[in-house]
Design a protein around this ligand. Structure first.
Ligand code: ADP
Ligand code: MG
Length: 348
């Protein structure tokens, strides 16, 4: 401000940091996504997510994973620090973890107040570390269980434009719910729970199969309507397998948020696949209705790029048309098997 327009000047570090943080952290749901991914990457058997006021009033994610010692947690909140890859070759070999950029904790810390309480598995002491607006303001020993608990308060307190852009609590919570549900469904062996303003939204057992997990998050009626997809005879294309569950054509909803897709285990927004699922139902469902789906797509690492977007929710296919045909066929075959497609429409 106040400088003559046209003068080119270097932004200060804090400004750069907040702008960069905005790429990773868009809203409470993006914070929740990063923290849940970290918990799963930390080998947790149990992940508890609690949000207040749609996440605007606070977010806490607690896990019983490997935890961190003091040195590790101090490193973890710095920029571009990760324990998951060392260089680009590791990334190109196909990463086994959900995270790898090493920017989430740093970015979240730049735009909120973060309290991390953590103790390594088998460790004697825990550590509590507080970051406010990118600055570590406290660190010291703390009594706490093994694992990690991360609490976010005052999200975007120092980015008023972002804070203003947040929607009402119910809308923000709907996004949080979609994300946590997505990770719960992909990890039936992890007990995932979500609560909002102290009330439990859902909790999975962590010992279930996929259908039991669907029951925990969507309820019995939906779970019982689910039909198994086990794409055996796929047409040619990059996918080596398509498996999971899709709902009976009579069990639909008005929005697309019940279509969950995973590429090599990674929860993604795969529009190509979503469209293909809907296409498979043909005229069995009304144009403004959508089925439930939990679909796992397996693809060799070279045929998909997961490194497209900082929030990593999008994927880029090398052969998107073929992927669509494969997914559609897998779902059609599953519905056909149950006698739920009136005629086998020609495949385009
Ligand atoms: P990334 O996940 O891409 O590595 P993050 O900024 O999300 O980057 O996390 C930085 C590092 O902090 C991780 O690589 C991991 O070593 C550590 N970390 C973060 N969250 C947890 C957690 N819940 N449990 C154990 N370690 C964690
Ligand atoms: Mg991470």
């Amino acid at each position: 401000m106040g400088e003559t327009p046209g003068t080119i000047q270097q932004l200060d570090e804090r400004t750069v940091e907040r702008i960069a943080a905005g790429e990773v952290v868009e809203r409470p749901a993006s914070v929740v996504k990063e923290l849940v991914e970290n918990a799963i990457d930390a080998d947790a058997d149990r992940v508890t997510v609690a949000v207040e006021d749609g996440g605007r009033g606070g977010i806490r994610v607690t896990d019983d994973g490997v935890g961190m010692d003091r040195e590790a947690v101090e490193r973890a909140v710095e920029q571009h620090t990760t324990s998951k890859i060392r260089d680009i070759e590791d990334l190109e070999g196909g990463v086994g973890t959900l995270g790898f950029r090493g920017e989430a904790l740093h970015a979240i810390g730049a735009v909120s107040r973060v309290t991390i309480t953590t103790r390594p598995r088998g460790g004697e002491v825990g550590t509590e570390l507080v970051v406010e607006g990118g600055e570590v303001t406290a660190v010291g020993p703390a009594g706490c269980p093994e694992g990690t608990s991360i609490e976010i308060e005052d999200l975007f307190y120092n980015v008023p434009a972002r804070r203003k852009y947040l929607k009402q609590a119910s809308t923000e919570f709907a996004h949080v719910n979609t994300i946590v549900t997505g990770y719960a469904l992909a990890n039936p062996d992890v007990a995932v729970s979500l609560s909002h303003d102290g009330r439990e939204t859902f909790a999975t057992t962590g010992q279930g199969d996929l259908r039991e997990t669907v029951m925990s998050v969507y309820g019995r009626e939906v779970a019982e309507s689910m039909i198994a997809v086990d794409g055996q005879d796929l047409p040619d294309g990059p996918l080596s397998a398509v498996s999971g569950l899709v709902s009976h054509p009579e069990t639909t909803r008005a929005g697309r948020e019940y279509l969950s897709t995973y590429v090599n285990g990674r929860y993604v927004r795969a529009k190509t696949a979503h469209d293909a699922v809907v296409d498979a139902y043909g005229t069995q469902i009304a144009p403004d209705r959508y089925p439930f789906a939990v679909l796992f797509l397996d693809v060799p690492a070279g045929d998909v790029d997961v490194n497209v977007h900082p929030r990593k929710m999008e994927v880029r296919w090398v052969k998107s048309d073929a992927v669509g045909r494969q997914v559609r066929t897998a779902v059609e075959d599953a519905l056909q098997e149950e006698g739920l497609l009136r005629s086998s429409a020609p495949r385009g």
